[in-house]
Design a binder for this molecule. Structure first.
Ligand code: T5A
Length: 208
């Protein structure tokens, strides 16, 4: 049986890394084998692209878009699809929803280009569940900046991140696979909400 594909999304600092680790340990406690990975990155090529994307100098908006999808194409072929085919559940920190939010919403690139690249790279394959951790931009930025210095994308202004957040919320309205969690809550409450979505997915997944 195919594994399930779970993605976690949201603006910077909302708690994606913290909560993807929680999802992994919760699923493992249910006897489910999981692979935890991230985008951009997840493969040797993807991690090299990530380094350019987050720490490179002048990267044009179109080059940024293409590198996000180049990383994803490699990631799907080398890691995500083989794991799902083995019945392993894949937990991915960001996926194509981030491209719609950052390159589409934030950079205001043409949506048709994103959708054409999405078709090229993963066709109709979509996550089974997307957990969107939502919080006002000020909250996410305060948490992220307390933890580390801003990278090339984190250095964008508030208006950019408000467009990113709005795009995530608009997509969450559009697609049933989304579960929106209020990330301003204390961590235990955030994780209770995530657990409910996981239980729902597990109930609809059949035997694992
Ligand atoms: N990108 C990515 C694109 O532009 N297009 C794309 O297609 C893709 C795939 C990737 C960058 O690339 C861009 C988006 C990004 O700019 P990244 O490493 O995924 O970068 O992203 P970041 O969002 O920068 O990740 P962060 O590590 O900054 O944030 P997280 O993972 O959301 O937050 P986390 O878990 O590290 O938590 C931050 C702090 O908050 C605390 C944690 O303990 C931690 O200290 N915290 C809470 N505190 C209080 N209450 C809670 N509920 C808390 N939850 C977490």
């Amino acid at each position: 049986m195919q594994g399930k594909f779970i993605t976690i999304e949201g603006i910077e600092g909302v708690g994606k890394s913290t909560n993807i680790a929680f999802i992994q340990s919760w699923l493992q406690s249910q006897g489910i084998e999981c692979l935890l990975t991230r985008e951009p990155g997840g493969t040797d090529l993807g991690e090299q692209l990530r380094n350019i994307l987050l720490h490179g100098g002048d990267v044009s908006d179109k080059a940024e878009l293409l590198m996000m999808f180049a990383s994803r194409a490699q990631h799907l072929q080398e890691k995500i699809k083989p794991a799902l085919d083995r019945g392993v559940w894949v937990l991915c920190d960001r996926f194509t929803d981030s491209t719609y939010a950052y390159q589409g919403g934030g950079r205001q690139l043409n949506f048709d280009w994103i959708s054409q690249l999405e078709q090229l790279v993963h066709g109709d394959m979509q996550p089974d569940l997307t957990v969107l951790l939502d919080a006002p931009v000020e909250v996410g930025r305060a948490r992220a900046s307390a933890r580390s210095e801003a990278d090339r994308i984190e250095a964008e202004d508030m208006a950019f991140f408000n467009r990113v957040r709005d795009m995530f919320l608009a997509r969450a309205e559009q697609y049933k696979r989304y579960s929106v969690v209020d990330a301003t809550q204390p961590l235990e409450h955030v994780q209770k909400d995530i657990e409910l979505s996981l239980k729902h997915l597990l109930n609809t997944a059949g035997p694992v």
